[in-house]
Design a binder for this molecule. Sequence first.
Ligand SMILES: [Zn+2]
Length: 326
Amino acid sequence: MIKKTILILFFISGIQLIFSPQANTWGFFAHKEINRIAVFTLPSELTGFYKSNIEFITEHAVDPDKRRYAVKDEAARHFIDLDRYGKSPLDSLPKKWEDAVKKYSEDSLKAHGIVPWHIDVMVKRLTAAFRAEDYDRILQLSADLGHYIGDAHVPLHTTKNYNGQLTNQKGIHGFWESRLPELFNDNYDFFVGKAKYIEDPLAEAWQAVAESFAAKDSVLLFEAELNAKYPQDRKYAFENRGASLMKVYSAEYSDEYHKMLDGMVERRMRKAIVTVGSMWFTAWVNAGQPDLDKYKDRKISKETEAELADEDKHYKEGKLNGRSCD
Ligand SMILES: [Zn+2]
């Protein structure tokens, strides 16, 4: 009997390991959706170029997460633990990087995440790529920028309790950003309107994390409330994913939680989509609106392809640098 129990426990813990590593940052599914749909927010001068490259922009929406396996500094670019900066972090933390470094030091800023500043850096890099009409860079940076903007819209990317690990809610990160969009995405309305020119990309990035931060208490509290009243044996289920069996939050439990959130996941995804389109458009305008139609039939270079394949190899070998949300 004891032997059997141990065997079962071993089996269950083996299944839980399969929770990783895809449980990070909007899940791969939502990141791809955000980048793909953002293409349709663009004005006519940009739609030809982006539509003919929509597959690349979609598939590479998750490169920054994969890069965390190869690049030591990558992890910090995906989040900002605002609650490390006192009771009113949005007042105490300077918005400009140089001012924030003066107040808190570069090391401590990097330890607590830098996503809003990194978005601003990426917009500038994309602007330079447009100016240089560097085809490969435009595509790579567009895909990457979409990823970081997506992350900034996730409430649990703005708190040190990013996976509910401080409140006995471990797993909530992937629950909110992967499981819920995968289950309910088909019912979301993604007619988000047209991309707009953004005067101040850094301020826009701060706005995104401020909204996420304002929502993170509900994300945690609602799940805690639901968990307290829900029959524990119905909280999880096992689902087949390809060859593996995966432990997931059950469909009914997910449905209850999703109702309590009252459209929050959809709202954050919608906001992320229009912001991604707007930031691409802004970089292009700031670069002097180069004509991109002539590149419509071009393909990505062999060198860039090799570089991306190398990143993918590191990812598949699976040595993560920094934070994981599994
Ligand atoms: Zn990420």
